[in-house]
Design a protein around this ligand. Structure first.
Ligand SMILES: Cc1cc2nc3c(=O)[nH]c(=O)nc-3n(C[C@H](O)[C@H](O)[C@H](O)COP(=O)(O)OP(=O)(O)OC[C@H]3O[C@@H](n4cnc5c(N)ncnc54)[C@H](O)[C@@H]3O)c2cc1C
Length: 438
């Protein structure tokens, strides 16, 4: 990973993960403030069954092939040119940032939908190629939010479950950066308990009549389409039965999108209301009633990528640049930087291992949950640790204003890292079940 002016290369740390600290019972909490190694990290005799151990075998180390690594210099040069002059505080938004012109420029280079087949406008490259791209986008803080969901999960979902007509219609536009998608899963009383969704589509002569409401929908106000999880038969009490996914054209009459202001003052997620929205029969994606299985597979794409590790990378980078200057240098800051890098390296290796599984056609749901839980914990600690370091300085006036502004933004949004894409508690429940511990 190249960070501006500073090299933090997780690859160089691979295999050197020295372990972490623990706080309380079975909960593993990394304590990077302490220089003292913890006495133990696991309760003695943790009952990991054979099934659990084979589950963890999913983290077999995988390497990014040389032909995909070869993309990096070109991507860096492109980003250095396009992001020139963009403030760190703005770049810290990265996959929450919105820049449709950048998305179109990336599409023109074949860097959107890079894993999709050429016949649908993609580049037919591997998931590793996408990993390299995304890693570079996030570390540079490129505002990639406009195409993010379409590139990450809607495109692959349409490729997997869509009809030929849906693929021909949607995929080329996604690859050109002309069609943006959002995720319509959460509702006001269905977040963690997603199976209880109440938004309903009833079949009629024209197709599907949609009524209901979604919430926290990232970038809905900028998107052309939503892939919505809705009830097409039965009642909310029927849980996983009777759910389907629909592609909803957000320009249709009856759709109302209201942005919500977040803690940082940004308006990036929305409430979306559907009042008698008439969809055609072609809106259904996949099989009617199979929505739950489809959504579960989609979540593995959503949870394991570099975006669950690098959300605090821009502020980390700004801080690293400062502690390399005479004004910012301190021995304790250098040690802290090393500790953060040594935690990043194994997380990156785990995330790449999940990418290997996804590209082999597997559905590593538990592994993806592990990456997200550990990754977002680190992402949340980075701004807190940097704030501690800055607060300990004798002369705080030497801290650059841009670093402070970037830190303030990252600190405000950090709580959302372990909410979006499934909360920490829900992921830990899944992990415990997957390991046979509950
Ligand atoms: C920045 C951001 C972007 C988002 N973008 C999208 C989006 O684009 N599309 C979309 O559909 N959603 C989106 N979400 C919504 C997100 O998926 C939900 O917030 C999340 O799933 C939690 O649901 P909830 O907010 O209803 O909380 P709740 O489910 O009400 O949970 C409240 C608290 O109770 C805990 N809890 C709930 N059930 C259990 C349980 N069984 N065991 C233990 N603890 C439990 C939770 O962990 C949480 O701490 C976004 C959220 C954020 C913060």
């Amino acid at each position: 990973m190249k960070t501006t002016g500073v090299m933090v290369n997780p690859v160089a740390f691979e295999g050197k993960y020295a372990g972490d600290g623990c706080r309380g019972g079975n909960e593993r909490v990394v304590d990077m403030r302490s220089d003292t190694p913890p006495e133990h990290c696991y309760p003695k005799g943790l009952p990991l069954s054979n099934a659990a151990m084979s589950q963890l075998a999913g983290f077999d180390p995988a390497e990014i092939p040389a032909e995909d690594e070869a993309l990096r210099p070109e991507v860096r040069a492109f980003l250095a040119h396009h992001l020139n002059g963009l403030r760190a505080e703005t770049r810290a938004r990265s996959w929450s940032g919105y820049d449709p012109a950048l998305s179109r420029a990336l599409g023109a280079r074949g860097w959107l939908g890079i894993t999709l087949p050429r016949e649908y406008g993609g580049s037919g490259r591997s998931a590793y190629a996408r990993y390299v791209l995304v890693e570079e986008f996030l570390c540079a803080g490129a505002p990639v939010g406009s195409h993010w969901i379409a590139d990450r999960q809607s495109g692959p979902l349409i490729l997997k479950y869509g009809t030929e007509a849906q693929k021909q219609f949607h995929l080329p536009k996604i690859c050109r950066g002309e069609s943006f998608f959002c995720i319509g899963m959460s509702e006001p009383s269905s977040g963690s308990d997603l199976a209880s969704v109440r938004t309903r589509a009833r079949r009629n002569d024209a197709g599907w009549l949609l009524n209901g409401r979604k919430i926290w929908t990232t970038n809905a106000h900028h998107c052309h389409y939503m892939i919505a999880l809705v009830r097409t038969s039965g009642e909310p009490g029927d849980r996983h039965q009777g759910l389907s996914q629909l592609i909803v054209d957000l320009s249709l009459p009856g759709v109302t999108v209201r942005p919500i202001t977040d803690l940082a003052g940004d308006r990036h997620f929305c409430e979306v209301f559907f009042d008698d929205v008439q969809l055609g029969p072609e809106a259904l994606i996949g099989a009617e009633g199979q929505g739950w299985a489809q959504v579960t597979a989609e979540l593995a794409y959503e949870r394991s990528g570099p975006e669950r590790i690098y959300s605090s990378m821009v502020v980390f980078d700004e801080w690293l640049a400062w502690i390399r200057t005479p004004a910012g240098h301190s021995a304790s800051a250098t040690r802290l930087a090393g500790r953060i890098a040594s935690h990043l390296a194994p997380l990156r290796a785990m995330s790449i291992a999940v990418t290997a599984q996804l590209s082999a056609g597997q559905s590593p749901v538990v592994e993806a949950a592990l990456v997200k839980d550990l990754g977002t914990s680190l992402e949340q600690q980075i701004p807190a640790l940097i704030a501690d370091d800055l607060a300990s300085r004798e002369d705080p006036s030497t801290v650059p204003a841009e670093l402070l502004a970037t830190l303030a933004y990252t600190t405000r949004i950090a709580p959302s890292f372990s909410l979006r894409g499934g909360t920490r508690e829900i992921l830990r429940g899944m992990i415990a079940r997957g390991l046979g511990l509950r």
